[in-house]
Write a protein that binds this ligand. Structure first.
Ligand code: 5GP
Ligand code: MN
Length: 338
């Protein structure tokens, strides 16, 4: 964050504010880690704030320091609505378009508060007074660290803040392996460990708390995987029936899409997950190298994200969606198989 913006933030925080912090819909580790990291930081410097999630999130994130204070807009609707109406300063973290806040889009659009966006996705919208957007960043959590640093606040980072920020950097970098992971990312992570983030415990809390149902669902997903070697692509389908048979809980399919990329010579992996309640197929896209799944998701599946990780959706049924997808691959063949 540049020094002019940092000065503006300081000025805002020097005045009494009613502060709300918002992650995107279906919050992931980076979204919850950044919101709670910022919330805990503000608390440590004597400033109150509320974190309001648009909807529920996986159990493997519900141990983050401060989690008990998070309001769920679906569950605590009237209380959360009131907080947003009364807010004078709203941080939106890990997203850059209000539509990514799901049901919160409407109250956020109606709000007269000043907005501060901290985010690393492409093509940010212009709703914020202060837009700290940088697509080169590994994670929003890394950016919250930078944000704290630009307020000269790193001495206030305690174990709780460090734990939240470590978690989001870890999940958004695929445990420090994606190309967005830089030397600076590691230096920040080193500082977070020095300040009390227990790296072994965090990995265990996030990755080693599987239910039997989740592993069985993974088995079903891998069985359903189709490999299209001609396009260096693979895709997985999970029907509502697959989910129901394996006692699906929110978050259970997190990371399944990455298995496609563990195949030799596969650079594009997709998972289609049926959601009968919402009448949609939720899609996740991942790639390695130059093939932009952000552009693919934007152009064909009402979505977006990053070059190598994006999401989207389809309102067609599974068979129609997959058929459309496979037909599209032919038109991208020169990009997929250079
Ligand atoms: P996931 O596949 O894990 O849901 O999302 C991968 C990445 O794409 C995340 O950074 C997420 O924020 C972004 N993303 C997921 N779904 C959508 C969507 O529908 N629209 C946009 N613009 N981004 C999405
Ligand atoms: Mn993120």
């Amino acid at each position: 964050m540049d020094s002019a913006d940092a000065a503006k933030v300081r000025e805002l925080l020097d005045q009494p504010q009613k502060i709300v912090i918002i992650p995107h819909k279906n919050p992931d580790g980076d979204a919850m880690g950044s919101c709670l990291g910022l919330h805990n930081f503000l608390t440590s410097i004597g400033i109150e704030s509320d974190v309001i999630a648009p909807n529920d999130y996986p159990k493997f994130l519900k141990w983050l320091p401060g989690d008990a204070k998070v309001l769920n807009f679906e569950r605590e609707n009237s209380q959360a609505k009131r907080k947003i109406e009364e807010a004078t300063l709203i941080f939106t973290l890990d997203f850059n378009h209000l539509s990514r806040a799901g049901q919160l889009e409407e109250p956020l659009s109606a709000s007269k508060a000043n907005f501060i966006m901290i985010d690393h996705h492409q093509q940010p919208d212009s709703y914020a007074l202060i837009t700290y957007s940088d697509v080169r960043m590994s994670s929003t959590c890394e950016m919250v660290y930078n944000f704290i640093e630009s307020l000269n606040g790193t001495n206030s980072i305690d174990a709780a803040i460090a734990t939240c920020l470590y978690t989001g950097i870890m999940t958004d970098t695929g445990s420090f392996k994606f190309r967005s992971t830089t030397g600076r990312t590691h230096r920040i992570v080193a500082d977070l460990i020095d300040k009390g983030a227990d790296n072994t415990q965090i990995h265990q809390n996030v990755f080693d708390t599987n239910s039997a149902g989740r592993l069985q669902l993974l088995g079903a997903a891998l069985k359903n995987m189709v490999i299209l070697q001609d396009f260096r692509s693979a895709y997985i389908t999970l029907s509502q029936d697959d989910l129901d048979t394996n006692n699906f809980k929110k978050g259970d399919t997190e990371g399944f899409v990455n298995y496609g990329l563990t195949l030799e010579n596969v650079v594009f992996s997709t998972i289609f997950i049926e959601n009968k309640d919402e009448g949609i197929i939720k899609i996740s896209f991942r790639s390695v190298g130059d093939f932009s799944v952000n552009e693919f998701a934007r152009a064909h599946f009402h979505g977006g994200g990053h070059t190598n990780a994006a999401g989207g959706r389809s309102t067609d049924d599974m068979a129609t969606t997959v058929k459309k997808f496979v037909a599209l691959l032919a038109t991208y063949k020169t990009q997929l198989v250079p």
